[in-house]
Write a protein that binds this ligand. Structure first.
Ligand code: ZN
Ligand code: ZN
Ligand code: FE
Length: 753
């Protein structure tokens, strides 16, 4: 007996557009001899088939099991509809049907097949914009959904007959590859050098390679913005780039020709190789084996490394002598990276010898992502290219909530259904250009994801630009405490929804008592937090100045514990200071002139870094703690004493460090003992709080957990004590992860309102 044939509608949600999903559906449908159709809609992929129940389940099984590599399926739902008749199986034109949204693919590094085609395919020999359904630009060129060429910055380029044939051939790897292009029809590069503009790609790569090998500097347009390049083995060139970019000592990221050449300069484990070669191609922080030009890493023992991800990178390395180039954000100090050709030629042209542009616009700015492998897991420090804007799935409806984030390393978040769209790294909102980037990206996200805000969540800090932005929206506004948001962010990432012990260590966050917080040991869930203990408060003479002058915080601790007597201590650190200035500082503390109180862990790291004379003055954010971490001697297992009567206090710690300084103990030993002390503080406090509360789940967050040594040892130590430990992986532990926490807390609070 013939089985009953129905017309079924099948809706697939997840990352299913821009990753070769429709041709894949076509292939399995034709393989199963099913008639029907498939189309992209803004909320996912919409399929109709005529089949019996058995064929339907075979079809859905194949959908789930054989989906393309860069895709992921979140849900597949089927239902019976009115019977239709089809002729064969068709891919039909995209429709914009509902207010729901589908996921947007992050940008994908050029694939091996395309690299092969770049050497063999007649219309794509050395074509630097080669791509297919498995690779190429995505988020950076998308203006609107559904993802179709006409809604991307490829709209200006008309496909040639050859490309069109591939685009419409279901059996081709470029079937419906929206950015498809070739030497005859696609975007081209232009090298602006002196008065010349060169457009022949072979000539461009030759001239560019010659310039870079000759110690010159070039600005190069990447996937999500411009980057500055020079030979990373040429000290003069790197120094010149530092001078021109006005960037004195923050390490530069580098791009190596291939994995083999990385191995000469850095140590690699299998997890690091996996991250380096993944289609996301982040900058991976690696331990240095052999140093590049001294000015690249500026005394740090880690190196930010990436591998080529655009076809042009491969073409350039074919011509270059050097196996490694500096590739750092194309901006002036704190500005966002430049994305448009005109600004690049005008601004970056002034500080470089050549500017490489191409004639396709970047719609969504996206800097390079940065990861570090800690305890065997990839941890995102900067979440941008290759990662954004993939959603974070949460176990809650968060529809209509906008979280405006923090300030220094801002990113914002929007809630749609059970998804949080966390923006790419935006940067420091105090910079005007960055603030413009912030509001522009907010507009882009609201449009792309069909988002209408109903509730806005922000930090409690009254002066953050993100708080003011939230106020100006005029909608219901919830202010969320900074460190509660940190912990909630990590809870959301791991879908933990119960009372936990939250430990948030960072530099700065606005506290409920009006002081600066940053060493918070709390019991919390998404709704409430109970601050159990924290570091003792210390006055910060000069306020914000302390972040760049850690010596001020060191003096504040010394003055607190020893009065003016500390000036008689025979310490190298004190000899670097002007005694009059030191006296003035003490006076300001006495009179409480611009001396806000802080318990931020970052400040303690600063103070110790200055005190042992590693970094009394810093040139970039968090340099002092980073330099302190960089000199750790892992063989040192000792630690310093600390006090826990009332709050966590450090008089005994300072006594012991000063004793070590006076006895000429090595800086590396002191740095190690200090780090071990922090780990011990975390573990002893966790045990104490667990004892009174019975809670065994610990959630770690805050910028201080970017410290590889601290996070590694803390996780190991806490697990040995029987705790379940959650720390950040896909969401930054620094303030760029705050928006997710703000959003989740607001969602839970909204339920009660
Ligand atoms: Zn490809
Ligand atoms: Zn073409
Ligand atoms: Fe923070």
């Amino acid at each position: 007996m013939a089985k009953k044939i129905n017309t079924y509608i099948i809706r697939v949600k997840g990352l299913v557009q821009g990753v070769g999903f429709r041709p894949f559906v076509y292939r399995i449908a034709t393989f199963l001899k099913l008639e029907g159709s498939v189309e992209n809609r803004n909320d996912g992929v919409f399929i109709k088939i005529n089949s019996d129940e058995e064929q339907l389940s075979a079809f859905i099984k194949s959908l789930k099991e054989q989906a393309p590599p860069a895709s992921y399926i979140e849900s597949v739902k089927s239902e019976i509809t009115t019977l239709e008749s089809f002729s064969g199986f068709q891919i039909i034109k995209s429709k914009n049907m509902s207010d729901s949204i589908t996921d947007i693919s992050p940008d994908i590094a050029v694939c091996e097949d395309c690299l092969y085609d770049m050497k063999h395919q007649f219309n794509r020999i050395n074509y630097p914009f080669i791509n297919c359904t498995n690779c190429g630009p995505r988020f950076t060129i998308i203006k609107n959904l559904p993802y179709d060429r006409g809604q991307t910055t490829m709209q200006d380029f008309t496909m040639c007959p050859d490309c069109h044939q591939e685009y419409t051939n279901i059996h081709d790897r470029r079937f419906h590859a929206q950015p498809i292009a070739c030497n005859n029809c696609g975007p081209i590069y232009s090298l602006h050098h002196k008065k010349d503009t060169i457009t022949n790609i072979a000539k461009i790569t030759s001239v560019l390679a010659q310039l870079l090998d000759g110690g010159k500097i070039a600005a190069v347009k990447g996937m999500g913005g411009f980057f500055m390049a020079c030979d990373a083995l040429n000290e003069e060139a790197v120094k010149k780039l530092r001078y021109k970019k006005n960037r004195e000592s923050k390490p530069f990221a580098v791009m190596f020709k291939n994995l083999e050449s990385v191995k000469d300069y850095a140590y690699l484990n299998s997890q690091e190789i996996k991250s380096l070669t993944s289609f996301r191609r982040p900058i991976v922080l690696l331990e240095t084996r052999q140093s590049l030009a001294a000015s690249v890493a500026k005394g740090f023992n880690t190196l930010g490394v990436m591998l080529p991800y655009m076809p042009v990178h491969y073409l350039l390395f074919e011509k270059l002598q050097t196996p490694v180039i500096v590739l750092t954000s194309g901006n002036i100090t704190d500005e966002p990276i430049v994305t448009d050709n005109k600004t690049a030629i005008e601004k970056l042209g002034k500080i470089s010898d050549a500017v490489l542009t191409y004639n396709r616009d970047i719609y969504n700015r996206n800097d390079d992502s940065v990861v570090s492998i800690i305890n065997g897991k990839e941890r995102l420090f900067r979440r941008s290219r290759g990662y954004a804007p993939a959603p974070i799935i949460v176990d809650k409806n968060v529809e209509g909530i906008l979280a405006t984030g923090a300030e220094l390393t801002n990113s914002f978040a929007l809630g749609r259904e059970n998804k949080v769209l966390l923006s790419q790294h935006i940067g420091d909102l105090k910079n005007f250009g960055t603030y413009e980037f912030y509001t522009e990206t907010l507009r882009h996200y609201q449009h792309l994801f069909r988002f209408v805000p109903k509730i806005v969540a922000s930090d409690k800090h009254p002066n953050y630009f993100s708080t003011r932005y939230a106020e100006e929206t005029g909608i219901r506004h919830l202010k969320i405490q900074h460190h509660h948001a940190h912990i909630a962010s990590c809870m959301a990432e791991h879908q933990v929804n119960e009372k936990v012990i939250g430990i948030a260590l960072d530099g700065t966050g606005y506290g409920d008592d009006g002081h600066i917080w940053g060493s918070e040991f709390m019991i919390c869930d998404f709704l409430n937090y109970d601050r159990i203990t924290h570091f003792e408060y210390i006055p910060l003479p000069g306020g914000d100045k302390v972040t760049y002058e850690p010596w001020r915080t060191a003096i504040s601790y010394l003055y607190k514990y020893y009065g003016k007597d500390f000036q008689d201590f025979d310490m190298p650190f004190l000899k670097t200071l002007n005694s009059q200035e030191v006296n003035l500082l003490c006076h300001a503390i006495d009179k409480k002139i611009n001396t806000p109180l802080s318990c931020g862990a970052g400040r303690l790291f600063d103070a110790v870094s200055a005190l042992i004379n590693v970094c009394p003055v810093s040139k970039f954010h968090a340099e002092a703690p980073m330099r302190l971490e960089a000199i750790i001697d892992k063989s040192v297992k000792d630690s310093y004493p600390f006090g826990t009567s009332d709050l966590i206090n450090f008089k005994t710690l300072f006594d012991a460090i000063i004793q070590d300084i006076l006895s000429h103990v090595a800086q590396s030993t002191m740095a190690s003992k200090f780090h071990n002390t922090i780990v011990r503080i975390i573990i002893t406090q966790a045990k104490k709080i667990s004892k009174i509360s019975g809670i065994k789940k610990i959630v770690l967050s805050g910028g201080s957990f970017q410290n590889k040594y601290i996070l590694t040892e803390t996780e190991i130590g806490l697990r040995q004590e029987g705790f379940t430990v959650y720390s950040h992986e896909r969401i930054p532990t620094n303030d760029a992860g705050i928006a997710l926490g703000q959003l989740m807390i607001a969602a839970h609070k909204a339920d009660l309102m």
